[in-house]
Design a protein around this ligand. Structure first.
Ligand code: MIC
Ligand code: SF4
Length: 644
């Protein structure tokens, strides 16, 4: 029986194999500044002298607004940490981590874990690239394997060729329409079929990037001539290896998409799987159009946009912003004159950074219709609670910016048909090499006042007595749990950042939770399906932990968030009978009796709702390693216990 591509890469990296999970060796890690400080503070607490991966890169791309000293303090810490501990440091302005990593550092066949949910962008060049919480990146840098349940593989077979004006974004929007954002935990998507050959690396990485929204562990394309051409043009042909599935490879599910049949698609507010055709929404007035983010800001994307804009003006009622994904893209479009066309059209040129995508700037007007090329349109993420954000391809974005209303780009006539360059401009001078001195141990890591301490957790107690501090519905995202945007600058200050937990959902939550904690009353979070969708931010576990949350009881979890809860000693429990969700109301008193031994001895867990006098069975679906971690009160305690 032949092997699929995922199996082949895993086989090359496997270091442990149990019934409940596998452990793989990690070649490369990446972090960004909003998750990096915490990851590195945790790494420092492990007392390891230098990173043990083949390559680790620390990027700065999220907190670049610097409206106060906090972001700059973080950057300073990150740079000095990288210098001392052996990482590359990509300075603010060099670009968005996933775009830069793809261009300069990713390698086919390597494993990559990154403290950002869009790390799977690397799957576009045949990497097994997985997003995880910061603490999992820290342990990978310390040389530990990365653990996950043995993945199931969905094969998406692409046939045919995209029609003019239909783009890679439309392929992934189609995938989101088919698979939705729910119910795909534990799967990896592997692309194959004749259609793959027709897609360039930037197109492939748009698709793997937004696979994060499907909730799969990662997505991957084969490594072939297109991968070779891309790496060669980046001056890195020596990093190429061919990789593909065997002819008779077996998959857990197969889906076919005929590229010829696709048309321009759009994700309507407020979920990336709320898909419609652009044609159906044509004529809707648009207030803002933003092109950029790690999904769609490559050279290919911006050249397409610039070519369309040549000699045209943006509609008078549209605020139009463009953020090139990396300094390389910026430099390329500046040198060939394309940037001039974009500027002349009336665009606002934004920094090569996450910016608007994470609500850091460019918040639209009240009730605005905002068209964006990024990957998430959760309510409020743009910074304006009542805005309507739609996700589209750069082609749809630019057509709509010109006409001032949602526009099918096929109206624009001649398709630009951009060819990728034979040589990209490569200048890595904004990537700082680590110290190469004998006595790097004496080097100082710089800590401004914004740099706090890594959070401390406590072992699981014998009993947990508490209250349902909040009850929520389905699809609660980590943006709901731990808002980013203007609050991002507090990422390195847990007590301060914790004030904003569930801010947009129930602004009284943090205060109430802290009061309970002070009175020795545990906080429980109750929610529906797909709890913890979206980002990898471990602060969505750390800050609730700081506020005294001991258990989260839901219908189902998303992968990264569940792992983060375990890392910080919060019990991730699911209802055995989903209908029991209705047996708990907010403010009900809840209890676990003898929970420590129950979990240790793998007995059935019963939650007592003492307000309603009900017994509710709940399940803890974790590996043995995770069970021990929870008993110890989180990963750092578990590691400390093991090394005694
Ligand atoms: C996001 O797109 O939500 C982020 C901001 O990049 C997050 C990481 C974070 O919260 O720092 C992600 O996707 O993991
Ligand atoms: Fe940055 Fe947006 Fe990509 Fe997250 S999704 S890494 S915020 S560009």
């Amino acid at each position: 029986m032949g092997k699929n591509l995922v199996e082949k890469i895993i086989e090359n990296h496997i270091v442990s194999y149990n019934d409940d999970e596998i452990g793989i060796a990690i070649d490369q890690t990446l972090t960004q500044d909003a998750t990096g400080t915490m990851a590195y503070l945790q790494f420092e607490s492990m007392n390891i002298k230098r990173v043990k991966t083949k390559l680790s890169v620390s990027y700065v791309d999220h907190n670049t607004l610097q409206d106060g000293f906090e972001n700059a303090d973080d950057h300073n810490y990150l740079q000095s940490f990288a210098y001392k501990y052996g990482l590359l440091y990509s300075k603010a302005g060099n670009g968005i981590c996933h775009q830069v990593n793809l261009e300069r550092f990713g390698r086919p066949g390597w494993t990559l874990v990154g403290s950002d949910s869009h790390t799977p962008t690397g799957g576009g060049i045949g990497m097994l690239a997985i997003g995880a919480g910061g603490l999992d990146i820290a342990t990978s840098m310390a040389g530990a394997p990365f653990f996950m349940p043995k993945p199931k593989v969905i094969n998406i077979k692409l046939t045919g060729t995209l029609q003019k004006w239909v783009s890679a974004k439309d392929i992934i929007l189609k995938v989101l329409q088919i698979l939705t954002t729910k119910g795909n935990v534990g799967y990896i998507i592997e692309y194959s079929g004749d259609g793959v050959k027709t897609l360039t690396v930037p197109q492939r990485s748009t698709i793997t990037n937004m696979g994060a929204e499907v909730g799969v562990t990662t997505s991957i394309f084969p490594s072939d001539e297109k991968t070779f051409e891309f790496l060669k043009a980046q001056g890195r042909e020596e990093h190429y290896i061919p990789l593909s599935a065997d002819e008779d490879a077996v998959y857990d599910k197969v889906i076919e998409i005929n590229l010829n049949e696709l048309e321009p698609l759009i994700a309507k507010p407020h979920s990336p799987d709320n898909i419609d055709t652009v044609k159906n929404l044509e004529g809707t007035k648009v207030n803002q159009v933003l092109i950029g983010s790690c999904t769609n800001s490559s050279y290919l994307d911006l050249m397409t946009v610039a070519t369309v804009l040549k000699g045209k003006k943006v509609h008078k009622n549209v605020s139009f912003g463009v953020a090139p994904g990396s300094r390389q893209v910026f430099q390329m479009i500046a040198s060939n004159g394309a940037l001039g066309n974009i500027i002349l059209s009336g665009a606002r040129i934004l920094e090569s950074a996450c910016g608007f995508c994470i609500g850091a700037g460019q918040a639209p007007q009240s009730k605005a219709v905002s068209l964006r090329t990024n990957n998430r349109n959760f309510e409020g993420r743009s910074g304006t609670k009542d805005a309507f954000v739609y996700l589209v391809s750069p082609e749809v974005a630019v057509a709509s910016a010109i006409f001032g209303e949602i526009t099918d780009p096929r109206k624009l006539g001649d398709y630009p048909d951009i060819k990728l360059p034979e040589n990209y401009i490569t200048d890595d001078s904004m990537v700082i090499e680590p110290a190469n001195v004998e006595d790097f141990e004496s080097l100082e890591v710089l800590r401004g006042p914004n740099i706090g301490l890594p959070p401390k957790t406590e072992p699981l107690s014998q009993d947990i007595m508490g209250v349902a501090t909040i009850k929520l519905g389905d699809k609660i995202t980590t943006d709901h749990i731990m808002p980013a945007g203007s609050k991002l600058k507090y990422r390195s200050n847990i007590p301060k950042y914790s004030d904003f937990v569930f801010e947009g959902v129930d602004s009284t939550f943090a205060k109430r939770a802290l009061l309970n904690k002070a009175g020795n009353v545990a906080n429980f979070i109750i929610a529906g399906a797909s709890y913890g969708q979206g980002s990898s931010r471990e602060h969505a576990a750390i800050c609730p932990m700081y506020l005294g949350v001991k258990a989260v009881i839901v219908k189902s979890f998303e992968r990264i968030h569940k792992a983060n809860l375990i890392n910080f000693g919060i019990l991730p429990l699911t209802f055995v009978n989903e209908s029991d969700y209705d047996k708990i109301d907010a403010a009900d008193k809840l209890e676990f009796v003898d929970i420590y031994n129950t979990i240790k001895e793998k007995r059935d867990i019963v939650l007592l709702n003492t307000t309603k006098q009900l017994e509710i069975p709940v399940a803890l679906d974790v590996s043995d390693r995770q069970r021990e971690t929870l008993l110890a009160g989180g990963t750092l305690n578990f590691i400390a216990k093991q090394s005694k």
